[in-house]
Design a protein. Structure first.
Length: 563
């Protein structure tokens, strides 16, 4: 008893000590300091909503620094300079075609609209139909497009929201989901939806697991654990859905995530683990089986992001390229996303997100049972959805057939490995490989890889620029399998590399400014400011004053000069 009193007395004296210390402090000041300390505590607590919270504190300090007058003026000047240069480049791409900024007083003649369409379609220097683009366009077979366009035209009025009016559209979507679930070895309980693209598929998966964690596990602040190489769509989902995202570092050589390191990022709030199959930057397959085993052992759902190459790896074994299981055959994999508009060879934009069990899909569905317009429910982010896209995707899958996918996969994987094997023979270039699927990632220790990318663009090749580490990649598609395309790519790559070796220290230009410089700027808010300025410029149209000499008068349906 005496011992307990010895411990208790100092605690009971705390109020007296505080009163002595603050005895001469005005009560109002105490109130202000208390409120300020409380607000600061809540602010620091809210920092936990993102990965690496103290990075935000550092960023806050840098933002304050960059608000200093002389620094702010410099940044503003550089942003405006970059924006002006971008707008000039955008205008050059459509030179000779004035912007239409007002509706014509009367509707244009259909032939005039079609002529304008043909003109707009000719803008751009990259001949993607000849295999000059990295990814972007995955199908080049005119027969595939012909059947999809005919079906699209027939169903362009369809709306997936009104299943009672368009039951055929509902049936088409249901058949797409079931066919794709079967491709990825889903069981009888597997289910899913058709989406507008890979990003929506990722957001929906995160939404489902967030809601599942809240409603089934009582987790108030759900968190996702993803490799740092995972698609930015997961970061977008975290931002939109107010989730915390934990980025797991990857091996600097292989760019693969280590499940044992991922394990350290799991806590009681973790609602999902993510693995890429393959990842967009370097085309690397994460160890799905190990990630799934980790998730199963902890009772945590595992999402496999197959948006990019899902429709390749699903057919690789039958195409003669042995591949480890990654889909619903793996215990612990609870959802998969795969884009039908990429290697599914359907029209833009369509993708799928699939679940092993209906319970997860149910948590994805939005329901408002009390709306005056009646019970409102949607399975995706959109309400109305274009039935023509659904129908065309359905037609594309049916036209390809299983054997068609196997043959396309065989051609693409063979060509990707051929390109990779020869790129690394070129002096000054190296690859992060060998490529497991269709991505050939190219790097250089001799010169700026972005200068290489710029040089290839001047030759008509549009490569994908990467950062951290600096690299570019070629996403091999059907177009690169056409006769002579791969060899021409290798020949141009060798010539550009040879030129750069002669002057390896030349200053970066073009894309290098965006990627090379951006990763060197410590304040990421400045990078964001530059990028936002660029995106905003995409919607630039010249004012009437700017186009006074070439102003187009759209009166009474008058046609423009298309010569």
């Amino acid at each position: 008893m005496e011992t307990a009193r010895q411990w208790l007395d100092p605690v009971l004296r705390i109020p007296d000590v505080i009163n002595e210390v603050l005895g001469d402090v005005h009560p109002f000041r105490i109130i202000v300091l208390t409120c300020g300390a409380t607000i600061l505590a809540f602010y620091l607590r809210n920092l936990e909503i993102t990965d690496e919270p103290w990075r935000r504190v550092r960023a806050w300090g840098l933002r304050k620094l960059f608000k200093l007058s002389f620094i702010r003026k410099y940044v503003d000047r550089e942003v405006q300079k970059a924006r002006k240069e971008l707008i000039h480049g955008l205008d050059q791409e459509v030179a000779g075609s004035p912007y239409i900024t007002h509706l014509p007083s009367q509707g244009l003649d259909p032939n005039d609209i079609l002529q304008r369409t043909e003109l707009y379609c000719k803008f751009g220097k990259v001949k993607y139909e000849e295999g000059r683009a990295s990814g972007a366009v995955y199908e080049v077979d005119p027969k595939q497009y012909e059947i999809m366009m005919k079906v699209y035209a027939r169903t362009v009025k369809f709306n997936n929201l009104h299943r009672d009016i368009f039951p055929g559209c509902r049936k088409m979507e249901a058949e797409i989901v079931r066919m794709v679930c079967n491709i990825f070895h889903g069981g009888k309980n597997s289910c899913g939806v058709l989406t507008s693209g890979g990003t929506e598929s990722l957001i929906l998966a995160c939404l489902a697991y967030r809601n599942w964690a809240r409603e089934e596990r009582g987790i108030s602040r759900p968190e996702m654990v993803v490799p740092v190489s995972a698609h930015a769509g997961f970061d977008k989902a975290a931002s939109f859905l107010n989730m915390k995202i934990r980025h797991v570092p990857v091996d600097p050589v292989t760019q693969k995530v280590n499940p044992q390191i991922m394990k350290k990022y799991i806590n009681r709030n973790t609602c999902m683990l993510v693995g890429s199959a393959p990842g967009f930057p370097h085309g690397v397959m994460d160890p799905i089986e190990e990630i799934a085993r980790l998730g199963a052992s902890r009772g945590i759902p595992v999402h496999v992001d197959g948006c990019l190459g899902g429709f390749l790896i699903a057919f690789m074994e039958d195409a003669g390229f042995p591949f480890p299981p990654f889909d619903f055959r793996v215990k612990g994999v609870t959802s998969i996303s795969a884009d039908t508009h990429k290697y599914g060879y359907c029209i833009k934009g369509s993708s799928t997100v699939m679940y092993s069990e209906p319970i997860y899909l149910q948590h994805q569905i939005y329901v408002n049972a009390d709306w005056q317009g009646g019970a409102y429910a949607t399975p995706t982010l959109a309400g109305s959805r274009p039935g023509g896209m659904t129908a065309a995707s359905w037609a594309g899958l049916l036209h390809m057939g299983y054997d068609g996918y196997v043959q396309a996969t065989r051609n693409i994987i063979s060509k990707a490995r051929y390109i990779e094997a020869n790129v690394k023979k070129i002096p000054g270039l190296k690859t992060l490989g060998p490529p497991e699927v269709s991505i050939v990632s190219i790097m250089s220790d001799t010169f700026s890889i972005y200068r290489f990318s710029d040089g290839m663009f001047q030759r008509g090749w549009a490569l994908s620029n990467l950062q951290s580490p600096s690299a570019v990649h070629l996403c091999v598609t059907k177009a690169h399998c056409m006769e002579g395309v791969a060899d021409q790519f290798l020949a141009d790559a060798a010539e550009i590399a040879a030129q750069l070796i002669k002057d390896p220290q030349q200053v970066k230009e073009g894309a290098g400014v965006m990627y090379g410089v951006s990763q060197e700027i410590p304040d990421r808010s400045i990078v964001k400011e530059f990028v936002c300025s660029f995106v905003e410029a995409w919607y630039h149209t010249k004012s009437e004053d700017e186009e006074s000499d070439e102003k187009e008068v759209l009166t009474n349906g008058a046609a423009m000069n298309l010569t």
